[in-house]
Design a protein around this ligand. Structure first.
Ligand code: UD1
Length: 336
């Protein structure tokens, strides 16, 4: 049985990926500092899969703790989720973002180098493309200057991994996620935003649940069909499954270069108002929303060309926007 280290394994995407890993037969070792996750998620994972994952509460910024972890554990591959992810906060606290998102990455890669550990999967983001010149966005689209320190940590992170692969003979895959949403079918795990949600779907579900009074739709004067901005919303379970196929590609040595990157989205763009309508339909609720000014830094439209992932990873999404929104709504109702 292969041992897979999952950093940030109690977070939103991490926890769903741990479930898929365990269901596929991997032994999972979770590392999480609980800075943006809850320990109860561990029990939920056990309820879903019947297996309690190995867990270590470790802050990956502490180099000695990272060293000790690797000294005491056999690791065949790493899926690295642990990172800060709030765009606005990153503008206010850039050094915190570089220390956490880049520092931890470097420490992990150093351990991989020193212990001849191969196989690394990195959580990247479509944010590396900025407002792409052509839609849908292929992996050939140029990387645009990052609009935030958060986005920069994803760009720099990819570069560090690529250079490490070339220098030390490791193999890695970066998955450039579009907008992950939804919750596990069991409704035992999902997104747990801290404070006022910044992302659209948690704000929508909290508004419908009466926790927030009104959803602000940021701008209806974009150059899109209904004037609201377009994104590619992917069900988190589909996204989690992409990590399994990417890991298997590395373990089976099917990768075509030492560092590869893939877009992970549905290929379909949805406007904010389309999301609102779809949500109202699946939840049978009326959403209180108003149109306000654009949010600074937002782009008009982003959705994935998934041709490469379909061909090379033999993966594509299976779940619809309606299904994702329904699961997000059910999860919200569990977590009032
Ligand atoms: C944001 C980040 C992105 C990150 C992703 C994680 C920015 C610029 N980008 O993407 O780097 O990887 O989250 O999921 O922040 N919206 C509203 N009202 C709201 C909230 C959002 O109208 O209350 C709109 C936004 O203007 C946008 C869409 O909904 O058009 C999606 O927003 P959001 O969920 O925040 O994701 P992104 O901004 O695409």
């Amino acid at each position: 049985m292969k041992n897979i280290l999952v950093t940030g394994g109690l977070g939103f995407i991490g926890s769903h990926t741990v479930v898929e890993l365990q269901n596929t037969g991997y032994h999972v070792i979770i590392v999480d500092d609980l800075s943006n996750s809850k320990i109860e998620v561990l029990e939920r994972i056990k309820e879903i899969t019947g297996i309690a994952p190995e867990f270590h509460q470790i802050d990956l910024r502490i180099k000695q703790d990272v060293k000790d972890l690797f000294a005491n554990t056999t690791i065949d591959g790493i899926i690295h989720f642990a990172a800060f992810k709030a765009v606005g906060e990153s503008v206010e606290k850039p050094l915190d973002y570089y220390e956490n998102n880049i520092g931890s990455l470097v420490y992990l890669l150093q351990e991989m180098r020193d212990r001849n550990i191969d196989h690394f999967i990195f959580s990247s983001s479509c944010t590396v493309y900025g407002q792409a010149d052509e839609l849908p966005i292929t992996e050939n689209a140029p990387i645009k200057p990052a609009a935030s320190p958060y986005g920069n940590t994803k760009q720099i992170g990819e570069e560090i991994i690529k250079e490490s692969c070339e220098a030390y003979g490791m193999n890695a895959i970066a998955l450039r996620y579009f907008n992950p949403i939804g919750a596990h079918d069991s409704i035992k795990i999902g997104e747990l935003p801290l404070g006022v949600p910044q992302n659209l779907i948690p704000f929508v579900t909290q508004t419908a649940a009466g926790i927030r009074e009104q959803l602000s739709v940021f701008g209806d004067d974009y150059d899109t069909q209904d004037g609201t901005a377009i994104r590619d919303y992917i069900h988190v379970v589909d996204l989690a499954k992409a990590h399994i196929v990417a890991l298997q590609r590395l373990l089976h040595k099917e990768n075509k270069s030492s560092f590869e990157f893939f877009n992970i989205g549905t290929g379909k763009g949805s406007s904010v108002l389309e999301v609102v309508k779809s949500f109202e339909k699946v939840s049978a609720t009326k959403l209180n929303y108003k149109i306000v000014d654009r949010r600074p830094g937002d782009i008009t439209a982003a959705y994935a060309d998934t041709t490469l992932a379909e061909k090379e990873l033999r993966w594509k999404t299976e779940k619809s926007l309606d299904e994702a929104l329904l699961s997000a709504w059910q999860w919200q109702q569990e977590n009032k």
